[in-house]
Design a protein around this ligand. Sequence first.
Ligand code: SF4
Ligand code: SF4
Length: 107
Amino acid sequence: MEKPRKRRFEVLVIAERCKECGMCIHVCPKNVLEVGKKSNSRGFYVTIPARPEDCVGCRICEYICPDFAIVVRESSDGHPRGIIQWSEDRVDEVAPSSSREEAVVRA
Ligand code: SF4
Ligand code: SF4
């Protein structure tokens, strides 16, 4: 019998809305989020979904963010993804840590 596919999630942060309050980082039970190294136009260091492969889709971060800066949804292709949307046409994607490790191994 085919094994059920593990559910994976996309965690999107809308950078301009983030005010670096840290609430999402504090409540995430899986330590997916952390403060990034880049700031938005208001000077706030934007939260990044650094470990999207660990996200369980509970959406606590989305509910707690006072500025509606986080959106979590199930990944349509089964790959976890961390996305930081800086503007309509500028998006950064965080590769899952496992791929980063593979990339280091292949390099
Ligand atoms: S809760 Fe929202 S505003 Fe606060 S750090 Fe997280 S994404 Fe930014
Ligand atoms: S949905 Fe849950 S596990 Fe995923 S980043 Fe948000 S708080 Fe963390």
